[in-house]
Ligand binder design. Structure first.
Ligand SMILES: Cc1ncc(COP(=O)(O)O)c(C=O)c1O
Length: 644
C-alpha cells in the first residue's frame, strides 16, 4: 500500500532537479503579489513617491541596469556554490530547505519584522513563541512551564544555556546574601533531602542547590520585601552584576574561602562552540572538562560518575554538564537516560547538583520520531514497524525521551529542521530561569506593561538584539506542513536514517579492487563515517594520506571545482577519541601508540551526512549509493569494478 507520507515527502522540497519549480514559483508570486496589494491598500490616500515618469529618467534606467547586471553577475557567481540539494552532496549537515521554510521566509522577509520585540514585529514574535512551544512539546517539556525562542544558531543557543546555568548556579549564594541584607529568613531545599535556612548554609551547599530549589528560593525572596529593595539586594550579591573578580573577594570575606572555580563537563565529542562559550563567559577554557566517550561516540556515564565523585571530594562545584544528542561528527546520541540516572545518584549520594543541558543542535529534531499523530509517544517497536529496519533501538528511544528531564536543550531548525539560516533554538524547562539574564532597555519597554506584552518582548531575555522575524515565519510554516511527529519531521528523519544505513551497508560490501572500506559503527542518526584502506595494509601515515587525497578529490576546492560527489572528513585525535578508536585501530592493524604519537594528525575519517530523504529508496534515475561507491573507487585512484 502506498504510504501517503511518501507522496507528501515529494512535495516538501524543490527537489534535486527542481522538480517542484512550478509549485515554488507559484507560491513566491503569491507571496509577492499579496505583499504588493498590502502596500497598495495601505492608506491609499497617500501620494506616490515614485511616479511612472520617473521610471523613464536616465538616472532611474541606469540604476535599474546596474541592479540587473549585478544580479546576473551574482547569479552566475552563485553557480559555484555548494550543491546541497543534490544526492551528490554527501558532506556536512546541510541539505536543501523545505519549500514551506523557504516561502515562509520569503513572505515574511518582504515585511522585514524584527523579533526583538512585538513593537517591531507584532506578528512574527507570536509565531516565534508558538514555534518554541511546539519544540518544547517535542522534547517533552510542559509548554506551560517551559520557555524558548529562536537564536541565530546553535552556538548562541548553547551560549544562552551556559549563561543561564551559571546564573542559576550562583543563585543560591545571591539569594542567601540578599536575604541576609534584607533581614529575611528563607528556607531552601537541599539536594540530599531536607530543608535549611539559606543564610545558614556554607558556600559549598549554596553552590549545590538544585535548579528548581534555587528558583523557588528566589521566587520566595521577591515576596518578602518591596521589589526595588529585593532588586538592589540581589544586584549586590549576584555574579552577573558584581563580576568574577569582586565576587571572589566578596565570597572570601563572607564565607572565609575564595570562589571555587567551577567546572563545566562536556562529552569529548562536544561541538567547539563550548570552548568559545566558556572563554566568553569568563569561566575559562581550563575549566572545561572533557568526558570520555565509548566506542559508539557516546558520553560514558560511568566516567561521568567517577568525575563527579572526584569533584565532590575536592569540593569543586560543577556548573553544568553538557550531553550531546547528535554529535557533529558522527550523529551519536548520548545515553541521556543514563546520564540522568548518574545525576540523580550524585544528588542523593554526593549532595551535588548541577544544570544539565542537552546540545541537541543536530539531533534534536529526531525527537519527532518518538511522537505519533495522536500526540502519544511511540515505542521503539512501533517506530521500527514504520522504518522497516532495526533502527531505532529501544535504548535510543529512552535516550531521546530523556530530553524531557534536561534543564535546557538547544536544537537547530536550520539543521534537521531543514529551514534557511539563521534558525537555532534555545529551550528552558523552567521558564523562571530566563529572568536571571533579563535586561530592560528603556527604549524597548512596551507601552502597556501587561503580562501578554511582556511575553512578546523577547529582547529582554535573549543575548541577541535585532533578529529576523522571517526565520520565525519560516520555521512556523515548515512545522505546519511537516508536523513534529511521525507524519512530518518524524517521517523525514526516519527516511534519512534508512538512507544512511543503505549507504553504510553499500560501503561495507563495496569492492574497490585493491581497497576496501572500513565502516565505523552504525550511526545513531544519519552520519556515516568510513575509512578507505588498502587491502595489503598501511601505516597510519599512508592511510591518512590516502584518505586525505580522496577527500581532496571529493570536495569543492581549487583542484576539483566540480567533483562527482562531495564528502567531508574529520580527524580522530587523542585524547578526545581515546575511548572510541580502540577497535577501529585494531581492525586497521595500527598500534594505539602510533595513533597517539600522530598528535593533531590523528586518524583521517571520511564522513557523509545523509540528510537526503531520497537516498532511502533509489528512484528510477540514478542511485546515489552505487554512483557514490564508483566515484569513491575512482577517487581512491582506481576505476571502480575494473580496479585491480
Ligand atoms: C552539536 C552541535 N552543537 C552546536 C553547533 C553549532 O551550531 P551553529 O553552527 O548553528 O552555531 C553545531 C554545529 O554544527 C553542532 O553540530
Amino acid at each position: 500500500m502506498t504510504d501517503l507520507r511518501d507522496n507528501a515527502l515529494r512535495s516538501w522540497f524543490l527537489g534535486p532537479r527542481a522538480e517542484n519549480a512550478g509549485l515554488l514559483e507559484g507560491l513566491v508570486v503569491e507571496a509577492l503579489r499579496d505583499h504588493v496589494f498590502w502596500r497598495r491598500n495601505f492608506h491609499p490616500e497617500d501620494g506616490f513617491a515614485i511616479r511612472e515618469l520617473d521610471k523613464r529618467s536616465e538616472g532611474y534606467e541606469d540604476a535599474v541596469a546596474t541592479l540587473t547586471q549585478e544580479l546576473l553577475g551574482l547569479l552566475a557567481a552563485l553557480k559555484r556554490d555548494v550543491p546541497f540539494f543534490s544526492g551528490r552532496y554527501k558532506g556536512h549537515m546541510l541539505f536543501e530547505q523545505t519549500i514551506a521554510g523557504q516561502i515562509g521566509y520569503f513572505a515574511a522577509m518582504l515585511y522585514n519584522p524584527n523579533n526583538i520585540s512585538a513593537e517591531a514585529a507584532p506578528v512574527t514574535t507570536r509565531l516565534e513563541l508558538e514555534v518554541a512551544a511546539q519544540l518544547s512539546r517535542m522534547v517533552g517539556y510542559d509548554p506551560d512551564h517551559a520557555w524558548g525562542h529562536l537564536t541565530s544558531g546553535g552556538t548562541v543557543a548553547n551560549f544562552e544555556a551556559l549563561w543561564i546555568a551559571r546564573n542559576v548556579n550562583y543563585l543560591g549564594v545571591a539569594a542567601a546574601g540578599a536575604a541576609e541584607s534584607l533581614g529575611v529568613g528563607l528556607e531552601v531545599a537541599l539536594p540530599g533531602g531536607g530543608r535549611a535556612p539559606a543564610t545558614s548554609l556554607p558556600l559549598w551547599e549554596l553552590l549545590n542547590v538544585e535548579n528548581v530549589a534555587a528558583l523557588d528560593l528566589w521566587h520566595a525572596l521577591w515576596q518578602c520585601a518591596p521589589k526595588e529593595d529585593v532588586r538592589r539586594a540581589l544586584a549586590a550579591h549576584s555574579l552577573s552584576d558584581v563580576g568574577y573578580q569582586d565576587y571572589g573577594l566578596m565570597l572570601e570575606k563572607r564565607y572565609g574561602e575564595a570562589l571555587p572555580a567551577a567546572v563545566v563537563l562536556v562529552a569529548s565529542t562536544a561541538h567547539y562552540s563550548w570552548e568559545k562559550i566558556v572563554r566568553a563567559l569568563g569561566i575559562g577554557a581550563n575549566r572545561l572538562v572533557h568526558l570520555p566517550v565509548d566506542s559508539r561516540f557516546r558520553l560514558d556515564p560511568d566516567a561521568l560518575w567517577d568525575q563527579l565523585r572526584q569533584f565532590a571530594a575536592s569540593r569543586t562545584p560543577v556548573l553544568a554538564c553538557v550531553s550531546v544528542c547528535g554529535t557533529t561528527e558522527e550523529s551519536a546520541v548520548d545515553r541521556l537516560d543514563r546520564v540522568i540516572e548518574v545525576r540523580e545518584r550524585a544528588r542523593r549520594e554526593l549532595g551535588i547538583a548541577f544544570h544539565l543541558h542537552s546540545d541537541a543542535c543536530y539531533g534534536g529534531y529526531s525527537a519527532a520520531v518518538t511522537w505519533g499523530a495522536d500526540g502519544q509517544r511511540r515505542s521503539g517497536a512501533q517506530i521500527r514497524r514504520s522504518t522497516g529496519i532495526a533502527w531505532p533501538s529501544d535504548d535510543w528511544v529512552d535516550a531521546v525521551v530523556a530530553l524531557e528531564d534536561c534543564d535546557s536543550v538547544s536544537l537547530d531548525p536550520h539543521k534537521l529542521g531543514y529551514v534557511p539560516y539563521p534558525a537555532g533554538a534555545f529551550l528552558l524547562r523552567d521558564r523562571r530561569a530566563r529572568d536571571l539574564v533579563a535586561v530592560n532597555p528603556p527604549y524597548l519597554t512596551p507601552a502597556t506593561a501587561s503580562a501578554a506584552d511582556d511575553e512578546l518582548f523577547l529582547g529582554r531575555y535573549i543575548f541577541e538584539g535585532s533578529k529576523p522575524g522571517a526565520s520565525a515565519a519560516s520555521v512556523w510554516l515548515s512545522h505546519k506542513v511537516l508536523p513534529l511527529d511521525e507524519r512530518g519531521y518524524g517521517y523525514l528523519i526516519e527516511r534519512t536514517a534508512i538512507g544512511a544505513r543503505r549507504l553504510r551497508d553499500g560501503l561495507a560490501a563495496a569492492d574497490l579492487g585493491r581497497f576496501e572500506v572500513l565502516v565505523l559503527p552504525e550511526p545513531d542518526i544519519n552520519i556515516v563515517c568510513y575509512i578507505v584502506c588498502p587491502r595489503s595494509g598501511a601505516s597510519l601515515t599512508e592511510l591518512n594520506e590516502l584518505n586525505e587525497g580522496i577527500y581532496r578529490r571529493m570536495s569543492l576546492n581549487s583542484e576539483t571545482p566540480a567533483p562527482e560527489y562531495i564528502i567531508t572528513r574529520t580527524r580522530f585525535q587523542s585524547p578526545t577519541y581515546d575511548g572510541a578508536v580502540g577497535s577501529i585501530l585494531e581492525r586497521l592493524g595500527i598500534p594505539v601508540e602510533e595513533w597517539r604519537a600522530a598528535g593533531s594528525q590523528g586518524l583521517v575519517v571520511l564522513r557523509s551526512t545523509v540528510m537526503d530523504p531520497f537516498l532511502a529508496t533509489p528512484g528510477p534515475g540514478s542511485d546515489h549509493v552505487t554512483g557514490f561507491i564508483e566515484a569513491l573507487a575512482r577517487a581512491a585512484g582506481h576505476g571502480g569494478s575494473q580496479a585491480q
